[in-house]
Design a protein around this ligand. Structure first.
Ligand code: ACM
Length: 263
């Protein structure tokens, strides 16, 4: 299976321009699954809720319709982070779009910092989606810091985690996603953005370095800190079904659930 990421620097407040950039990059992509960053259509550094309202879209909606055509033409699955409007609520979401149309939506469960001022947290939990017979799960950025999120997906049989991100803390996400791969024996596509946004007296610099990690924690590819990068690698997702780390250790069978504290 050919899996990849598209790292780029969305322009704040230019959804049309950002969608055009995505469409241009992904049209004809030679891959089975490609992940784009968090809030890839709007940019990230909102100063008020009204700004999100102005750029959020329903899913399905005009943006996902256009991405559906790209996915159909390339015979590829796409995961794209975007601001979602649902009634009066706004979510920081990721849409999974396949060659036959929209497959599912994940609403970010763990909101980061000022996202809490603008978005509602997702309450839909962590779902499993089918991508050409492979079990795939979605997380968005800060979800990476909560090991329970990836574990919940892995315990449901997920083989590949798709992770649209706008990471700002250097190395945290690149490190934790590698650890999550090791502790769950799953493949992990971290699609991060790069660049700097300056708005309302605030500045955020995004860390780039998108990466794909294998089930054994090996970093298969890593993008630079800056610069657009459409990067695809061939992997065997079947490997993620095997949780054996030694002859006597199976990562899931060895869990001592009765001894763990969940609340
Ligand atoms: C983040 O969750 N965008 C850091």
């Amino acid at each position: 299976m050919r899996i990849g990421f598209f790292q780029f620097a969305p322009r704040f407040g230019k959804p049309e321009q950002n969608l055009n950039a995505l469409v241009a990059a992904l049209t004809g992509a030679e891959a089975d699954l490609i992940v784009a960053p968090e809030l890839a259509l709007s940019g990230y550094l909102f100063t008020c809720r009204e700004e999100v309202e102005g750029m959020a879209e329903p899913i399905p909606g005009p943006a996902t319709d256009r991405l559906e055509r790209v996915a159909a033409d390339a015979d590829c699955h796409l995961v794209v982070g975007m601001a979602e409007r649902s009634g009066k609520e706004l979510f920081n979401s990721a849409a999974l779009i396949g060659p036959k149309g929209l497959i599912g939506v994940y609403r970010k469960v763990h909101l980061f910092h000022e996202e809490k001022l603008h978005f509602s947290p997702g309450d839909g939990g962590f779902s499993v989606f089918d991508v050409s017979g492979v079990k795939v799960g979605l997380l968005v950025c800060f979800d990476h810091i909560f090991p329970e999120a990836a574990r919940t997906l892995a315990l449901q049989g997920v083989q590949i985690i798709c992770h649209p991100s706008n990471l700002v803390l250097p190395e945290y996400g690149q490190l934790t996603t590698r650890v999550r791969s090791i502790e769950n024996r799953v493949f992990w596509i971290l699609a991060n953005r790069y660049g700097t946004e300056r708005r309302g007296g605030k500045t955020l610099t995004y860390t780039g370095c998108s990466q794909i990690t294998a089930d054994n924690g090996e970093v298969l590819v890593r993008a630079d800190e800056r610069g657009d990068s459409l990067t695809v690698v061939e992997v065997d997702p079947e490997r993620a079904k095997n949780k054996q780390v030694t002859e006597r250790n199976d990562l899931f069978a060895d869990r001592r659930v009765a001894l763990y504290r969940w609340e």
